[in-house]
Design a binder for this molecule. Structure first.
Ligand code: ACO
Length: 381
């Protein structure tokens, strides 16, 4: 390939969308026209999902009906629960359990109709994640309640306790913040799958697989581990220097599109700050701030031409930890938020998109001749 800028499809526009706009130079994220900092701390998750699917905010009546429809879809098919039980017995990582369970949502009544699938996926993801976490801890999954909002319902399903309003609000702010983000790898995956006129359950199952990797949604756990490993502000510099010298990437920093600070980091930092101010582990918050400052200074020193800044994952880790959520659930929770965007993109792709089918440049051998098995020489690779 002569033009290396297309490696990893960097800079290539592969779809038009009304869902979100990511300006990497200005550090701006618009979700259906709203700056993320305007929308995320105010909207309920149901409002965000509606906005993404319909393009405008719901009226009071629409919201009420939509809430009830979503809440009515929280229960899982018996086969999904059986699968989660089998996965928990083998201690499968939570993202793999979510990916396997997502596929079973084709068993839900009405599956195959795109808008019905979108509702099922958004409603069922929190139930799957919470049920799986309980099974891993040898606790029975709880039957979903229909009277709670989306975020509060997840926290209830996880712990069996109705969460305080500010805890549900903190989680809701997080879910809104990550609900959509242009043509990131997992959203692209969903659009590619549905561009063949495949169904939404297949598309979103593929997207979960793409999100799992540490270069995409798998970073917040390691980002928090890094803060814990550092332990005290004075250790930040030597530990981070050593990591960079070993050629390691600092988790929670750098982004394919943002060349300045990820605007989502600010929304989540503000939400985390509120939490840690009101009794959370203030020391951990201060430590994370100092790790961030040191990491940015060292990244500027070691990669002066790359403009690496804080990404969404660093403060995701801090906020979700502050909400009392276990590290193993950070990436599944990313999926619980992003499934609103994935389904919206899949619906948009079905309505307006074309089959996504790029090309590759062949750089392998040519003109080879068949050699019978007995005459082949071993090739050491
Ligand atoms: N720490 C140290 N060095 C880094 C980091 C980092 N976090 N990020 C990029 N670099 C370096 C690379 O090593 C590379 O250096 P080189 O040119 O000397 O080889 C250079 O910067 C460019 O890196 P690319 O791989 O071209 O950056 P790319 O755009 O492909 O990757 C990515 C972006 C994957 C997010 C990267 O910055 C990274 O690995 N960050 C850490 C993991 C992380 O935080 N992931 C979450 C991303 S946010 C999200 O997906 C929701």
């Amino acid at each position: 390939m002569n033009d290396t800028k297309h490696q990893g499809l960097e800079g290539v526009v592969a779809a038009t969308t009304r869902l979100s706009s990511v300006d990497g130079e200005a550090g701006e994220l618009l979700i259906a026209g709203f700056p993320v900092e305007e929308l995320a701390p105010r909207a309920t998750f149901e409002e965000t999902a509606w906005l993404l699917w319909h393009g405008s905010l719901p009226t009071a009546d629409e919201l009420d009906a939509f809430r009830r429809r979503l809440a009515g879809r929280r229960s899982l098919p018996a086969a999904t629960l059986d699968l989660l039980r089998a996965a928990a017995r083998r201690r499968v990582p939570a993202m793999d359990a979510l990916r396997m369970a997502a596929g079973t949502l084709s068993l839900v009544e009405g599956a195959g109709e795109p808008r019905e699938d979108a509702l099922t996926l958004v409603a069922a993801f929190p139930t799957i994640v919470a049920a799986y976490w309980r099974l891993l801890r040898e606790e029975e999954p709880l039957p979903p309640r229909e009277d709670l909002g989306h975020a509060a319902s997840f926290l209830y399903l996880l712990t069996g306790e109705q969460p305080a309003t500010e805890r549900a609000r903190g989680l809701e702010t997080y879910l809104n913040t990550v609900s959509d983000h242009g043509l990131n790898a997992s959203t692209f995956t969903a659009r590619v799958i549905v561009s063949t006129r495949s169904d939404l359950i297949s598309a979103i199952t593929g997207a979960v697989g793409a999100l799992k990797g540490p270069l995409h949604g798998g970073a917040p756990g390691p980002a928090l581990d890094m803060v814990f490993e550092i332990g005290t502000p004075e250790r930040a510099e030597p530990v981070l220097r050593e990591k960079l010298a070993r050629g390691e990437r600092l988790m929670g920093f750098g982004h394919r599109v943002y060349r300045v600070r990820d605007p989502r980091a600010d929304v989540l930092a503000a939400a985390a700050e509120r939490f840690y101010r009101n009794g959370g582990d203030r020391e951990l918050y201060e430590l994370a701030r100092s790790v961030e400052a040191t990491a940015l200074r060292l990244l500027r020193e070691s990669k002066p031409d790359r403009r690496l800044d804080t990404n969404v994952e660093f403060y995701t880790a801090l906020l979700l930890h502050g909400l009392g959520l276990p590290t193993e659930l950070f990436t599944p929770l990313f999926a619980v938020g992003r499934v609103a965007g994935w389904t919206a993109h899949a619906l948009e792709q079905l309505a307006t998109g074309r089959l996504i089918r790029p090309q590759s440049e062949y750089v392998g051998k040519r003109g080879r001749r068949w050699v019978a098995v007995a005459e082949r020489e071993a090739v050491t690779v």
